[in-house]
Write a protein of this length. Structure first.
Length: 123
């Protein structure tokens, strides 16, 4: 199963595809090593899409919505455009979208049907 990770920043939305997580996920030490080594990190994570915000006002609107676990039309369209889709006559690729906030993941899953997960502990 493929894992995509949503990253929200002040400049826009980014979507990364994580590779070889079974191998690297078996050891926290290996994970830390991959983050500290740019070459190794590049083999584990690949930027698949980026959508910059159109203005400072748009950035503020998007980040405020994210902080309130609200799925905006911009984010919904970004995900629809960049996540795997079923090709005609074929089964869709199995994947999961990793998000930082569990509530945002729930909103995304409810509105789009995209399976979401988080490793962040719920408080």
């Amino acid at each position: 199963m493929a894992l995509f990770v949503l990253f929200e920043s002040a400049s826009g939305f980014a979507l990364f595809e994580a590779k070889d997580l079974d191998e690297i996920g078996n050891s926290a030490e290996k994970v830390q090593e991959s983050v500290n080594n740019l070459e190794r990190f590049g083999k584990v994570v690949k930027l698949t899409a980026f959508k910059p915000f159109s203005s400072a006002a748009n950035a503020l609107e998007q980040i405020n919505a994210i902080s309130e676990a609200q799925l905006t039309d911009d984010l919904k369209n970004f995900l629809a455009l960049n996540l795997p889709k079923a090709k005609e006559g074929k089964k869709p690729k199995k994947f999961q979208l990793g998000v930082f906030e569990a509530k945002l993941g729930s909103a995304i899953q409810e509105a789009t049907g995209v399976p979401c997960g988080t490793s962040r502990s719920r408080t």
